[in-house]
Every structure is written in C-alpha cells, then in structure tokens.
Design a protein around this ligand. Structure first.
Ligand code: PMT
Length: 421
C-alpha cells in the first residue's frame, strides 16, 4: 500500500462522508487510516447519516463524527474553521454529485462544505454515483472546475453499479483512494497555494494513451496489453498542475479524466490523424500510447470464415507509421517531446539510441516484464533517459507519481526551451 513519506502516523485526516450507497465503504477507509496511525475526524453530511450510523465511525476512529454546523460541543466555537485548520488532508469519499456541485459553486451550507472552503490542506475526492449522474455535463463541469482548482479526483471506476447497469460511477478501490491521499499529503499543497503555484498553468499538453486496434476483419483485430493507465495518469497530473490537456486514447475502459479534452480513437492511423491535428497547438507532447507497429496489409470486408481456411490463415502485416518520429520532424523550438519505450530488457545503450532516433527530449524506459511495471499495473518503475545521455532510474511508484516525476522534468525543459509561438 502506498503511504505518505513517514507513514500515516499522526497525520490528521478529515474524512468527509456523503449520502451515497457507497458510504459503507468509507468505514473500511476510516478503519485502515486509523490502523495506520492517522487521526481520523469524520465529517458526515445529513444524507450520509441515513446510509450509515455515526456510531460506526465513532467506534472505529475513537472520535465523535461531526455532522452539525450549529451544534458545537461546550467550549467550542466556529467548528468548521477549527476542523479545517487542523487538517493535513480533506478526503471526501464517497463524494456524491451533490457535494461536488456544492463545492464547485462555493456553497457553505453544512459542516463539510464549510470545511472545504476554510481548509488550506490538500483535497481529494472519490466520486461515486449513478452512471448518468456522473456523465451529466453538470457533474463533468463541476469536476473539471474542481480539478482546475487543484482538487484531486480518484476514480470513479468502471463496473457494475448499484442499479445493476455497467458504467463509470463506482467508488475507486480503497487502495487507490489511499494511494491518491498519500500522494496529495506528500505534495502538501492546499488549493490556495495551488492556485498561486500551478507550474503548468496555461501550458498546452498533448498526451497519448492506450493501445491501438488494427482490424483483421469487422470482428477481429490485433492489439496489445496497454490499459491506458499510464497515459491517463499523465493527463490527470498535467491537468492538476494547471495545464490545458488533450488526451488521445486508444480503446480503454477508463472514464474521461475531469477537465481534460478526450479524443477516443481505434487504430494507429486514427491516432496519427488526431495527434497531427493537435500537435502544432501544443507545447508538450507525452507519447505514452502503445501504438501498433504492424497492421494487416488488408482488412477483410466481411468476417473471415474459419471453414474456408482449414489449413490455417496467413496474415500479411505491414508497418504502421512511426507517429512520434513524424511529429518530432515537425517540432517547433519551444515544444518539449517525451516518448516512452516498452522493452522486455532494460538495455540502456539501445534505449539511448531509441531516444535519439525518435528525436525526443526525454525517453521514459520501462521494462514491461518487471513485476509491478509496464502494462496494466497500477505502478511503474522507469528510467528517464535525458538528452545529455544521463540515465535516471526511479524506484517503483504509482503511475500517478511517475507522471508527476515526468512533468517535473518537463517543467525544467520548458524553462530552457525556445520561445513559445
Ligand atoms: O497503458 P498501461 O497499461 O498503463 O501501460 C503503460 C505502457 C507500458 C503502455 C507505457 O508505459 C509505455 O511504455 N508506452 C509506450 C509503448 C510503446 O509503444 O513503446 P515502443 O518502444 O514500441 O515505442 C516507442 C515510442 O514510440 C512510444 O512513445 C510510442 O508511443 C511511439 N510509437 C510507437 C510506434 C508507432 N507506430 N508510433 C509511435 O509513435
């Protein structure tokens, strides 16, 4: 489990719980944080108390959950300011569409919304709601607005919801929420500081993610194991640092990151077209997609019948365009380019040659055979290869943390790149 540097011991976490069917999962969150040594102060909305009894949280956190704004214990004034000032982190899980709307509107009509407005601690929300409510433009705009302010959203996940229908809206896993919370504590920035110091504010970042699908016939295709998690993490992290982000992604089962323009494509040719269209307007390109290197030379117009190929089927493949090399050939002096390399052996000499051949400023090398790294995992272990030839190995960390490491280098590269056109 990802923990803050120095662990959870003594960290003061305000855990906001709102009125969602997923409220019962906040019990496990409170239990895990308390077990790890955090001081957990639960703040519940009135609606949350209809789903779960405050008593449950009191028994697990050894603290009385707070609900009422106007009912302070004897000797305590201005409860919201007190709770807000004490916090190292405000974590709202589950976060309903309603609380997100109130936060985005700056309303302060209960203890939790007052705490949000009065805190200088980092804020993490874990949305959970019905699929239609989540996809509603109102909710998406509220999430985008909150992301612009520096609120970190974790999830929701794609999966079966309380209604039985599949879609985005399910609360992220407890491990994911704890990892996002730990990262937020380590970054240590509240929204007010964030607004003052977002280091990619106004920078236009183009990110690619996921696999591509190369059609064999209308029902079959060639693809690879990319889940899109790495590229989506880069898009989320860039957005959280104030960038204007466009994400071009192949087919993945991930919900759109709030505040990010998402373009969904299938094939390498479609990914190339989308990236070419947006490349000239970007300041930074981060190419995390696992683009197919080969595609069937011909796509059968109808389903290939196995009965007609008793001896087996021979597919002829042709090379796809190398998108990154093509884009690098068109780059303007101010643009910063980051490529990835998925290798099954971390050969630094080969990787250095690949960085030079691709014409990028930074190459992120991952050995995809290493446990916890590369495709599909929540974590990654990468080596950053710089123009100077320097190889900078990073320890195993979440893909979100890798994304921030990459963006830290991008900020440095932007400072030394040519003038912005
Ligand atoms: O999506 P996840 O499950 O989170 O997994 C993350 C990841 C393993 C996909 C990611 O970390 C990663 O390594 N992405 C690059 C994968 C890849 O295609 O590597 P490559 O060595 O084949 O390509 C090198 C670079 O050229 C990459 O930036 C790639 O996007 C780009 N490329 C490749 C082929 C092609 N036809 N056009 C390209 O632009």
């Amino acid at each position: 489990m990802r923990r803050p540097e120095g662990g959870w011991q003594g960290k003061r976490v305000v855990l906001g719980v709102t009125g969602s069917i997923a409220a019962y999962k906040a019990v496990e969150l409170a239990r895990r944080l308390t077990q790890e040594g955090a001081q957990v102060q639960v703040v519940m909305t009135r609606a949350a108390t209809r789903f779960i009894a405050p008593l449950t949280f009191r028994e697990l956190t050894y603290r009385e959950p707070l609900v009422d704004l106007f009912d302070p214990p004897p000797g305590e004034l201005m409860r919201h300011v007190h709770v807000a000032e004490e916090a190292d982190l405000l974590l709202i899980a589950p976060a309903t569409a309603n609380i997100l709307a109130k936060m985005a509107a700056g309303l302060a009509d209960d203890l939790l919304t007052c705490t949000f407005l009065a805190t200088q601690a980092p804020v993490v929300v874990a949305p959970a709601m019905n699929r239609i409510m989540y996809l509603h433009p109102a909710t998406q705009e509220n999430l985008a607005k909150l992301a612009r302010w520096g609120v970190v959203a974790v999830g929701p996940e794609w999966g079966p919801l309380a209604t039985g229908i599949e879609g985005p809206g399910r609360l992220a896993s407890i491990d994911q929420i704890l990892a996002a919370a730990a990262e937020a504590i380590d970054r240590g920035q509240g929204l007010v500081q964030w607004a003052e110091s977002a280091d990619l504010k106004g920078v236009r970042v183009l990110v690619s993610a996921g696999p591509t699908r190369e059609a064999i016939d209308p029902v079959r295709f060639l693809t690879n194991r990319s889940s899109g998690k790495m590229g989506f993490a880069v898009a989320r992290a860039a957005r959280a640092r104030g960038a204007e982000v466009t994400l071009v992604t192949g087919p993945v089962a991930l919900a759109d990151p709030p505040g990010v323009r998402v373009i969904r494509v299938e094939s390498a040719a479609q990914m190339r077209a989308a990236l070419l269209e947006h490349f000239l307007q970007c300041d930074v390109l981060v190419m995390a997609a696992a683009v197919a290197d080969f595609r069937p030379r011909q796509q059968a117009p109808a389903k290939i019948k196995k009965g007609e190929h008793q001896e087996g089927l021979r597919l002829e493949l042709e090379r796809t365009e190398d998108i990154l090399t093509e884009l690098a050939g068109q780059r303007a002096p101010h643009q910063v380019l980051v490529g990835f390399a998925a290798e099954t052996n971390a050969d630094l000499a080969q990787a250095r040659a690949k960085r030079a051949a691709k014409g990028v400023d930074l190459l992120v090398l991952n050995d995809v055979l290493e446990p916890g790294a590369g495709f599909e995992s929540e974590t990654n272990r990468v080596t950053l290869l710089h123009r100077s030839g320097q190889a900078e190995p990073l320890p195993l960390m979440s893909k979100e943390a890798v994304a921030h490491q990459i963006l830290d280098r991008v900020v440095q590269l932007l400072a030394t790149s040519g003038p912005t056109s």
